[in-house]
Design a binder for this molecule. Structure first.
Ligand code: SAH
Length: 397
């Protein structure tokens, strides 16, 4: 097989040799041959050694996403089948079916399928196509997923800003089978949650927090808990099940809070044990402090603050502020559960930020557990960017 060739500038071959899947446009010396964006290209070092093969998009700063480092491997239908089968086999190994009916089936670069996310919610699949290379092969990928998983329907939620960087407009809708119902009720570790596949955040549910919800729960027994950035209250349900006295869900999204109330009820807990507060956490936490409201546990699971390196400092200030406010609300001996889902904020930096907040709050903080993303969001050693979620369970004095 012969493909058009991309020649790297001298000294830019090392990440490719180490199987990092991205080639930035700045690393390119020249493109040889006629090629359309989205098509397959062979990547060569500056001294014309074949290195890898991937799909091209000149509109993106990531000009090539690499698919294989084997010169004999063609990017044909069976290639995509093998890649999807490899991702499915990994989930099978995790025995996810025993603990949940909602999980990530394909995690893009980390599953060697750059640009494609697939989440399963019971008998529906939700896909997100993030790149032109995937967009061009979407029908094929939907066909393979249909054959392998036999879902009732496949719904696309490619309503993501990152697509603009690839020159793609947002897209959503049914791609196979039936329209998903208004809410799908999923079961995670025995608890039930309503998920809105069509309009919810991300693909409907924060699957990456599954194991963390389970690990945090025992620390919340008997506590008055503040669940800040609650979304649909998944942490709240685990907390109530573990014997928390009460939980306050705090979020800016009225829709998410309505589902949070429904989820509490769905799992059989009385409305008297929980409360919803709609508002901006940065403001509401200050109001709680001013009015003397205190908690025995605070969970902080904010959205991504850092999208680009240039905003890292501002993001760090945001994390520090929210942690500082949370520390002010905690009784002595209380539990702080704090997360960052910004990939640009390393676990080490995050710990330093929480330390800075503890210093300002004049509190002593003990780390009891370090948390990460659930194993259906694996991390490829050759693609550390795939690791984004980090958290700490802390005791605060
Ligand atoms: N812990 C949740 C996921 C949280 S996602 C779970 O386990 O399901 C982050 C949430 O923060 C989203 O629901 C979003 O609506 C909310 N949010 C974003 N900015 C906010 C703000 N300034 N104050 C309060 N909530 C906010």
């Amino acid at each position: 097989m012969r493909h058009p060739r991309l020649i790297l500038k001298p000294g830019h071959d090392r990440p490719v040799r180490r199987h990092h899947p991205w080639i930035f446009s700045g690393a390119v010396a020249e493109l040889e041959g006629r090629i359309e964006d989205g098509e397959i290209i062979d990547v060569y070092s500056s001294d014309r050694e074949w290195l890898a093969r991937g799909y091209l998009n000149r509109r993106s700063q990531i000009i090539v996403r690499l698919l294989t480092w084997n010169p004999e491997e063609a990017i044909d239908e069976s290639f995509w089948e093998r890649r999807i089968d490899r991702a499915l086999a990994a989930r099978h190994l995790l025995r996810l079916d025993e603990i949940t009916d909602a999980y990530r089936l394909v995690y893009a670069e980390s599953d060697w399928i750059p640009g494609l996310l697939v989440d399963r919610y019971r008998d529906f699949l939700v896909i997100q196509s993030l790149t032109l290379g995937i967009e061009r092969r979407k029908e094929l990928l939907v066909r393979i997923l249909t054959e392998r998983c036999r879902p009732t329907g496949i719904y696309e939620r490619s309503d993501l800003d990152v697509r603009a960087k690839e020159g793609l407009p947002p897209a959503d809708g049914v791609r196979h089978g039936e329209i998903p119902p208004e809410r799908i009720v999923i079961r995670e570790h025995g608890y039930l949650f309503r998920v809105d596949i069509r309009h919810g955040q991300k693909t409907g549910f924060y699957l990456d927090q599954r194991e963390n919800r389970r690990r945090v729960a025992p620390y919340l027994a008997g506590a008055r808990v503040l669940n800040a950035f609650s979304y649909t209250g998944a942490f709240a349900v685990y907390a109530l099940a573990a014997g928390a006295e009460s939980v306050v869900n705090l979020d800016t999204s009225a829709e998410a809070l309505a589902d949070a109330a429904a989820n509490v009820q769905l799992n059989g807990f009385p409305a008297s044990r929980f409360e919803n507060v709609e508002g901006d956490a940065f403001r509401v936490l200050r109001q709680f402090r001013a009015s003397g409201r205190r908690f025995q546990a605070v969970i902080l699971d904010p959205p991504k603050f850092a999208f680009v390196q240039a905003h890292l400092e501002r993001a760090a200030r945001g994390y520090k502020d929210i942690n500082l406010q949370a520390l002010h609300l905690l009784e002595s001996g209380g539990i702080l559960v704090t997360f960052s889902c910004s990939g640009l904020v390393s676990a080490d930096l995050f710990q330093k930020i929480v330390f800075a907040a503890a210093e300002d709050a004049d509190r002593e903080v003990q780390i009891l557990e370090r948390l990460g993303q659930a194993p259906d969001h694996p991390v490829r050693l050759s693609f550390p960017e795939g690791e984004y979620l980090k958290g700490l369970i802390c005791r605060v004095w």
